[in-house]
Design a protein around this ligand. Structure first.
Ligand code: FAD
Length: 317
């Protein structure tokens, strides 16, 4: 079922969902199941599965370093299918512009359709680890809005190089990313919102936000998004802080601000177990307020570990 239909069906009741990361190549999928199992009692209508960019690895050969390209966490679509069938839950693969030609994206979407996946999250992706800025893949898309357009076309039977009379058209529900504190590369929040509108005008059905730690940022964002005529569900993405290192890492990687009160609570912690607890408590308070404000879904970034998300869900759902 589509994410937007789950939201409609809930009739205003806030839903619980979360995002997982595929295991590293060679690791067992069981570890993923062990982290999903404890969260299923909270009845997520959908689970997101991220996609990671390809990266270069250097392999020593005859005294020289040979550069190879690899994807360390492959298998997003396969994992979506495995989880969907194991738990009877909708899954949302993240589809990236970066690292894929338009043709490869078309094949991936056809696979998603065959596997009965009704939703996809359309994202540009970040730069590869050795790059300073995002560079579009040769033959790939430059922006998420172009990817949304490709998916929307496929929904009408329009393939890249041919319009076909198809037996069953896919009917993907399309999610896109939104940034309450602005995307790192956008010159201003206003410009970024204009870009978000382009994604919705191209056919996006719902928005999932970047993580934020101050709900006021989300509420202000929702107001501004509505002001410019966007009328799709805006799902808050939230993450419990889990290590002291996050104080530097999260602002640096995601260009987000951390509230002073949270910083000082984390700084008082003697170890990461204490930080994890602070993260849980902060996230519970955030969740309570978002729930009260009628957020359609609370979407948690689990980063592959569910113990903290379970504690939050127990307090909220
Ligand atoms: P876009 O919407 O394409 O925007 C990228 C930048 O370009 C923005 O600054 C925007 O303002 C600007 N822009 C857009 N259109 C134009 C235009 N026509 N002309 C000029 N500028 C333009 N990354 C992953 O690698 N894997 C994941 O699984 C993943 N999941 C995510 C899930 C969520 C909910 C979020 C919020 C992010 C996720 N990301 C993921 C990160 C995301 O890929 C990065 O934030 C990326 O840098 C931007 O992606 P986007 O889809 O928002 O890009």
């Amino acid at each position: 079922m589509k994410v937007t239909d789950h939201i409609k069906k809930s009739k205003g009741k806030t839903l619980f969902s979360f995002e997982i990361i595929p295991p590293k190549k060679g690791k067992n999928i069981q570890e993923l199941y062990d982290n999903i199992d404890p969260l299923m009692e909270f009845k997520p209508p959908f689970i997101d599965v991220t996609t990671s960019r390809e990266e270069y690895v250097y392999i020593e050969k005859d005294g020289l370093l040979d550069r190879k390209i690899t994807r360390m966490r492959p298998g997003t679509v396969g994992i979506c299918a495995a989880i969907k069938h194991k738990y009877d839950v909708d899954t949302v693969p993240h589809v990236l512009c970066g690292g894929f030609t338009k043709e490869e994206t078309e094949y991936l979407l056809v696979d998603c359709h065959y596997l009965g996946l009704d939703n996809v999250m359309a994202l540009r992706g970040d730069a590869m680890s050795h790059q300073k800025y995002f560079q579009p893949t040769k033959g790939g898309h430059s922006y998420a809005s172009d990817l949304v357009e490709q998916i929307k076309n496929l929904n009408t039977g329009k393939f890249l190089h041919e319009v076909m009379e198809v037996d069953t058209k896919p009917n993907f529900c399309i999610g896109v990313a939104g940034y309450p504190e602005k995307h790192i590369e956008a010159p201003s929040l206003k410009t970024d919102l204009k870009r978000l509108k382009e994604k919705v005008d191209a056919g996006a059905d719902y928005i999932v936000t970047q993580m934020f730690f101050n709900n006021a940022d989300y509420f202000a964002f929702v107001d501004k998004v509505k002001e410019i005529g966007i009328d799709v569900p805006i799902i808050p993405g939230i993450k419990p802080i889990a290590t002291k290192q996050h104080l530097q890492l999260l602002p640096q990687v995601f260009k987000i601000d951390l509230p002073e009160e949270l910083i000082s609570e984390v700084e008082k912690c003697k170890n990461n177990a204490e930080v994890r607890q602070v993260g849980v408590e902060w996230c519970i308070e955030q969740s309570k307020e978002l729930l009260k404000a009628g957020a359609p879904v609370l979407h948690y970034y689990s980063m592959g570990k569910s113990d903290n998300i379970k504690k939050i869900a127990e307090a909220i759902f």
